[in-house]
Design a protein around this ligand. Sequence first.
Ligand code: ADP
Ligand code: ASP
Ligand code: MG
Length: 406
Amino acid sequence: MGLIVQKYGGTSVGDLDRIRNVARRIAKTYDQGNDVVVILSAMSGVTDQLIGMSGRISKNPDMRELDVLLATGEQTTVALMAMTLIEMGYQAQSLLGYQAEILTDDKSCKARIMHIGASRITDLLETRKIVIVAGFQGADARGNITTLGRGGSDTSAVAVAAAIHADQCEIFTDVDGIYTADPNICDKARKLDRIAYDEMLEMASLGAKVLQIRSVEFAKKYSVPIHVRSSFHEEEGTMVVNEEANMEQVIVSGVTHNKNEARITLRKVPDRPGIASRILNPISDAGIQVDMIIQNTRSGHMTDLTFTVAKNDYRAAMEISRQTAKEIEAEEVLGDEKIAKVSVVGVGMRSHSGVASRMFATLAEENINILMISTSEIRISCVIEEKYTELAVRSLHTAFGLDAGE
Ligand code: ADP
Ligand code: ASP
Ligand code: MG
């Protein structure tokens, strides 16, 4: 008997049959004597459709209204799930984000959870109700509906689990767990039994969308163990936990890719102190996060500065850069959306050298040109042309001995 949080992603609640399947799984957990809080995503494809619709009305839709619109996806699934459970004879109730007292900051479409006043959830649990909470959404201090960024239901689940001191947080999805690479593009990817928070943080920030990065930050901060597993069968998935001694044995534990970035280059920028902040400050002032940055020195006191941003910030970042380029008299601004970032990740890299050279050699053998490089203690990332992504992931996976059966 325990207090269990279960989160089901979009594919798992993609149609009414799947909703019924999930309801049976929830009921089974409840019948075992557990208190159950369920967090749901919108049906798969619905959030994209809603974004598409708003895009047909405006190139730059009002962000507050976009939050109101996007939150409807999750409103639909929680109501359908509660109805299904009630129809099956269980006591269940849905709660929207604000009703579950999920308080966020006021950054529309990328809000962060500040606090969860869990009393409404715990009151319902005391009456032995199954509580179904809408993921991905909350409300700011003024009561405006906010959403947490793509994949945000994972974060809702972990934050609720932390707030109510749940015994378990299970993330049910359309893969069997966390793999050494995205199993949908690398068929030799291997399922991991356990992964350290820090490794998962890197993998999530480098494009492994199986968990939203904020959910892993929360889990690490509040020591919530996460169990990522399939909603289609009962097998154990992957535990995301604190680093353990035996995790050191592998050097590289995964290969990730991210096609969701674009790069911007300001060419022939006058090479003088303060120029990088002159270019990048207006970008960050607009709330746009810059990922990688490189600066090449050219002859004659000129330099090129290149940086990457998320694809959905690309247009805004290009506009700002063009304006800055005019002001500082840079020669031109070039943009490239057809790039991808491939990375190798592993806490074991801290104590081993030679990972970078093996990565570069592997890409070279496949004739893949490296456009940018960045490293941290436990990862190395290379930006390459987007068309080589799958090839790069598969060859790195093999080169680092990660292929299944090895
Ligand atoms: P959900 O709708 O359940 O939240 P997501 O689509 O957000 O599911 O995340 C699951 C997807 O994450 C998988 O279908 C898979 O393609 C992708 N993925 C990327 N990297 C990995 C990885 N290393 N291990 C498992 N899945 C991964
Ligand atoms: N429905 C939202 C999305 O598609 C949130 C989620 O699924 O986690 O991004
Ligand atoms: Mg997701």
